[in-house]
Design a protein around this ligand. Structure first.
Ligand SMILES: Nc1nc2c(ncn2[C@@H]2O[C@H](COP(=O)(O)OP(=O)(O)OP(=O)(O)O)[C@@H](O)[C@H]2O)c(=O)[nH]1
Ligand SMILES: [Mg+2]
Length: 464
């Protein structure tokens, strides 16, 4: 009996040693084949796709030394709670979950992450990039475009290019895009900054913040690096992605003809935009032909256009079909706002500007809330509701932030876009027999008691 037990023990020890040797030699093989951690790896040096992801995940885990294991798991083995082998979460919005593209492969959508950043942002940016890689882009390999008003330095380029195996591009912003337009009175702008600083308006005293907001409002998409881009995904240093993104949002948007995607809708600080709404009203009066009858203005005004309720998409995250910003409507709108001067005499942000434009020019179904994304930007965030959270491999706290965003005061705007009445094209799709022209928007049926209930299709604010 004793001899048998000894033999058994020997066999177990032998097996263990063999397994350890295989694991160690595999590690050594990977670290020589993929010396990413030491830098300087080009796309061609990667092997097959499976190995790429494996090596990639290992390197990131070694580098980050934090709880990233969840996202590293080979995505082919993820079970999102459906039947065995089901890769698609039940809440999945489209049919695009199984795609993945190698770094140099052409993609079905000409799309990229676009990052405005300063050289000193590289560290908080790397963290955000690595989150995004782990949660999404390690399978899709969309490129990154970095823009800066200064030349990017070597550290920035080195550190950011090593955070992804996708291509990275670095561009300097043309000087005229980071400057005052000729018609702005710079002395008046300086005095306005001083006054707003005294009044403790957030970033009220900052000149560079205004240039940033101006650039992000109407100029960034004119940069030569974005020339052929169809869609862009804005990324900022310091943000966090806390749920796996199991489909390609670019493709999802393209397939569904969505122009604007957001994760968080919040209220704007009114002391940064004292005359913005008045300017928007003037715009709708002067360019009534550009505002479609079936607009989405209910989302931003609940009193027939008298006042702005402050709702805006938090544009530090946005995925946008750039044909929207390149459209005659948007360009005319931006130019109109620019000439009014509020980017510099007040402190208009790109978030309310993009958002009011979406409400003016887009239909309900052209805007999508990516409510299954876990997203955090310092100060606020979004964590999906419980069902999506448990199926979607999230690490954020369900309901904590979401409770405020979807049901509480400050973040109600996220949910409210979906309360907009259906548009004629939606009605036509759902019920082709009905004539949408006969249907009136019924604002009174919406679940918000503050709604006045106009009987027109959209809201005409220029005439108020
Ligand atoms: N190149 C460059 N990028 C800037 C400058 N100011 C801000 N940015 C970038 O513009 C984006 C927005 O700036 P933030 O400072 O994050 O503005 P915010 O998100 O409104 O405010 P906080 O994140 O709360 O500070 C970020 O990606 C910044 O890195 C600047 O002067 N030059
Ligand atoms: Mg920010």
């Amino acid at each position: 009996m004793g001899l048998l037990r000894l033999r058994l023990l020997r066999i177990v020890a032998l097996c263990f040693a063999v397994v350890m040797m295989v694991v160690i030699s595999h590690d050594v093989y990977l670290s020589t084949k993929y010396p990413y951690a030491r830098g300087g790896l080009s796309e061609g040096e990667f092997g097959g796709r499976f190995q790429q992801e494996e090596a990639w995940g290992k390197v990131l885990i070694n580098h980050l030394n934090q709880n990233l294991k969840l996202a590293y798991n080979n995505h082919n083995n993820i079970n999102y709670g459906g039947g065995k082998g089901q890769e698609q979460a039940p809440w999945h919005p489209g049919s695009t979950s199984n795609v993945s593209y190698a770094p140099g492969d052409p993609k079905p959508v000409k799309a990229a992450f676009v990052v405005l950043a300063r050289n000193q942002d590289y560290n908080s940016l790397r963290k955000a990039m690595i989150d995004l890689e782990m949660r999404f882009n390690q399978r899709y390999n969309y490129p990154y475009i970095f823009l800066n008003d200064q030349d990017f330095d070597e550290t920035f380029i080195n550190m950011t290019s090593k955070a992804t195996k996708a291509k990275t591009y670095y561009g300097k912003i043309p000087a005229e895009h980071w400057d005052y337009p000729a018609y702005i009175d710079q002395e008046r702008a300086r005095l306005a900054r001083e006054r707003m600083e005294e009044q403790k308006v957030m970033y009220g005293g900052s000149e560079s913040y205004r240039k940033m907001c101006y650039f992000e409002s109407g100029l960034f998409y004119k940069h030569p690096l974005l020339k052929d881009l169809e869609y862009y995904w804005r990324l900022e240093p310091g943000v966090e992605y806390s749920c796996d993104i199991t489909f390609d949002p670019f493709l999802f948007m393209k397939e569904n003809r969505i122009k604007y995607g957001y994760t968080v809708g919040v209220y704007e600080l009114s002391n940064t935009i004292p005359t913005l709404w008045e300017t928007v009203r003037n715009f709708t009066r002067d360019h009534a032909d550009l505002v479609p009858e079936h607009n989405s203005l209910w989302w931003v005004t609940r009193d027939g256009g008298q006042t702005y309720n402050g709702c805006h998409f938090w544009s530090n995250f946005e995925i946008v079909d750039l044909s929207f910003y390149r459209s005659r409507e948007y360009e005319t709108f931006f130019e109109y706002l620019s000439r009014a001067g509020g980017f510099f005499y007040e402190r208009w942000g790109d978030a309310p500007v993009h958002s009011i434009a979406a409400a003016l020019f887009l239909q309900k179904e052209e805007v999508h809330w990516f409510d299954t994304f876990g997203y955090f930007h310092p100060g606020w965030g979004h964590c999906p509701e419980e069902s999506a959270w448990s199926g979607g491999r999230c690490t954020c706290e369900p309901n904590r932030l979401d409770r405020f965003i979807t049901k509480g005061q400050w973040g109600q705007c996220s949910r409210q876009w979906s309360l907009l009445p259906d548009t004629p094209s939606q009605i036509r799709r759902a019920n082709p027999a009905r004539d949408p022209q006969q249907l009136k928007y019924n604002y009174n049926s919406l679940k918000d008691t503050t709604i006045p209930g106009p009987s027109v299709h959209g809201i005409v604010i220029g005439a108020v």
